[in-house]
Design a protein around this ligand. Structure first.
Ligand code: AMP
Length: 249
């Protein structure tokens, strides 16, 4: 069974982003970019399924600018067998990515597609669900455990107050929760090996997908600055302030 894994190049999670002065978005020039953390988990899970003999080939896919090739090299250093870069400078929204992935799914016919539950740049949490809808495929979002039992995919999901276990027929879509696994470190020999692995480059037009944005961002603003706290002399003063100033008691 082939597994197709979507990996997005995003601003590194350690970077504190700044809003552009014209309010059109955040400034990503000269900031460190990395693989979306949930997508590292997605690749790691595919590699583990391959090590268990469930998956036979892992294809990593990234959509975006030419530098997404670096993200794909990392995915192949973790263990993906080959990769596909859908190269475009367009501003890609989740629906466009879902359509691109759908076109690749139709071509590659994977038994399993694994995505991150959300990209840490747009925090959309939409792409996996949209892909499932486009293909009319079963999906388990926010999976914290994945197993193949009697030819079905069993996924554990955390829900309020406990866990839920779903059984899905294949082909299916999984989106990864933080607790699914801890991705392995990328070793130097594997980085060297990844350089020789196959990377195909296609354009959205080659896949017949119109990636034009459907949603317009009106404005991006910094969160309000928190005002400084104060120290009160004693409990009586605190109670007085809660009662008469904050009016919460
Ligand atoms: P989102 O819906 O934007 O929060 O993204 C959810 C997941 O969809 C990510 O964790 C990735 O697995 C996948 N994804 C989103 N955008 C891209 C992209 N440009 N290239 C590859 N995968 C993507």
């Amino acid at each position: 069974m082939k597994a197709l894994v979507a990996v997005k190049r995003v601003v590194d999670y350690n970077v504190k982003v700044r809003v552009k002065s014209d309010g059109t978005g955040v400034d990503i020039s000269n900031v460190k970019m990395s693989m979306n953390p949930f997508d590292e988990i997605a690749i790691e899970e595919a590699v583990r399924l391959k090590e268990k003999g469930v998956v036979t080939e892992i294809i990593a896919v990234s959509c975006g600018v030419a530098q997404c090739a670096e993200t794909l090299r990392t995915a192949m250093a973790i263990g993906a067998d080959r990769s596909i870069l859908v190269e475009t400078t367009a501003d890609l929204q989740p629906l466009a990515v879902a359509k691109l992935l759908k076109a690749l799914v139709d071509k590659e016919q994977p038994g399993l597609v694994i995505l991150g539950k959300q990209a840490i740049d747009d925090d959309c949490n939409q792409t996996g669900q949209m892909l499932a809808a486009l293909g009319d495929w079963p999906q388990a979002t926010f999976a914290s455990k994945v197993e193949i039992v009697d030819g079905k995919l069993q996924a554990t999901r955390e829900v309020d107050g406990g866990s839920e276990i779903l059984s899905l027929s294949l082909p299916a879509i999984i989106t990864t929760d933080l607790r699914l696994n801890e991705p392995r470190y990328v070793t130097l020999p594997n980085i060297m090996k990844a350089k020789k692995k196959q990377m195909d480059i296609v354009k959205p037009e080659d896949l017949g997908v119109d990636v034009a944005p459907r949603i317009k961002t009106l404005k991006v603003v910094e969160p309000p600055v928190r005002s400084a706290g104060i120290k009160v002399a004693d409990v009586a003063a605190l109670v007085d302030k809660l009662k008469n100033e904050a009016k919460v008691i």
